[in-house]
Design a protein around this ligand. Structure first.
Ligand SMILES: C[S@@+](CC[C@H](N)C(=O)[O-])C[C@H]1O[C@@H](n2cnc3c(N)ncnc32)[C@H](O)[C@@H]1O
Ligand SMILES: [Zn+2]
Length: 315
């Protein structure tokens, strides 16, 4: 794969070739700090260390997990699945990819990348996105981190469709199908853990984070997508006003609210937003019909970004 761009000395039209190796554990860009796959993986059946050998991961007890042709590994044992095809569907993943790539949540991605990189060692640090979806926030983080930080990265999601899409889009990082309820990750191995619009399991997050490591959590605020909800629901639920409590084993380092307006200018974009959120399934048939008639939609984006530090375990 090659790119034409201006070189570091400002010469226009310099051809810079970027070579990508597809094997786990490798990376390659000529002029940026490396993004590599996180490799402190644990067997989802017994918690033992997994080692990469050829095209599979193996644990000392003999459990083996193949790396797919697209570069991801399935680490969700069938007995831990609550349904045949858990998590977001193929359609939801495709809709989220189109919606996010158009840039409406770039402000959030930038804030998350800043929070991840703040006070992070420039070499040897690790980052896990637990419930990574199709990988948008990790791709944005890699773009920001690649200028300054060498980072080993893992995206995990319970949806195989999400992980497949994420792995196809970026082979530098590690990608696994797995559950936040039983992270296939070694204890005390993660410096930054993202939980974006997701399903936090704080006990597991506390187990895998190093003391001093940080959980960066993004949740919708009271006015998030309010205009859409006003169209599809007859009555809006009152917003919760209580501050969320700090989970055991963590201290709140800081929280910020991001609030801004966006305009969706095409019916397809509005349809994608509906498909990727739970609203489509919760709305009444009349609400859905009203949304289907929209050609333009001005929306409020409002999220809360919290940074929680893993406290040292008491001895
Ligand atoms: C609202 S989406 C957010 C995706 C991504 N973080 C983003 O913001 O673009 C929630 C994601 O959580 C995943 N998910 C649901 N239950 C999960 C679990 N127990 N463990 C890991 N991921 C889960 C879904 O498959 C889906 O991709
Ligand atoms: Zn095992």
């Amino acid at each position: 794969m090659g790119t034409i761009s201006s070189g570091p000395d400002g010469l226009e039209g310099v051809r810079r070739v970027t070579i990508r190796f597809c094997l786990p554990g490798s990376f390659a860009t000529s002029d940026r700090m490396p993004i590599t796959p996180f490799d402190a993986l644990a067997c989802p059946l017994d918690g033992n260390l997994l080692t990469c050998s050829g095209n599979s991961w193996r644990c000392p007890s003999g459990h083996t997990y193949d790396i797919s042709a697209q570069g991801y590994t399935h680490l969700l044992p069938v007995q831990n699945k609550r349904s045949k095809d858990p998590g977001d569907s193929r359609e939801m993943v495709a809709a989220r990819r189109r919606y996010l790539e158009a840039g409406p949540y770039q402000v959030i991605a930038d804030a998350v990348a800043r929070a991840v990189l703040a006070e992070l060692p420039i070499r040897g640090a690790t980052c896990l996105d637990a419930g990574c979806g199709e990988g948008y926030y990790l791709r944005q983080l890699a773009n920001a981190a690649g200028e300054t930080h060498a980072l080993a990265v893992l995206g995990l999601d319970i949806s195989k469709w999400a992980v497949l899409a994420a792995a196809k889009a970026d082979r530098r990082m590690g990608w696994v199908v797995g559950s936040n309820a039983n992270l296939p990750v070694l204890p005390v191995s993660v410096d930054r853990l993202l939980c974006m619009f997701g399903f936090p399991v704080y006990g597991e997050f506390a187990r895998v984070l190093r003391p001093g490591g940080r959980l960066i959590q993004v949740d919708p605020g009271p006015d998030h997508l309010r205009e859409l909800r006003e169209i599809i629901y007859p009555i809006l639920k009152p917003a919760r006003t209580l501050e969320p409590s700090v989970p055991a084993g963590f201290a709140l380092l800081g929280a910020e609210s991001l609030r801004y307006g966006i305009a969706l200018e095409a019916p397809e974009q509005i349809a994608d937003l509906l498909v990727m959120t739970p609203h489509l399934y919760k709305a009444s048939p009349e609400g859905r019909a009203r949304a289907a008639g929209l050609t333009r939609l001005a929306l409020t984006v409002e999220v809360r970004l919290s940074v929680l530090e893993r406290l040292p375990t008491a001895t």
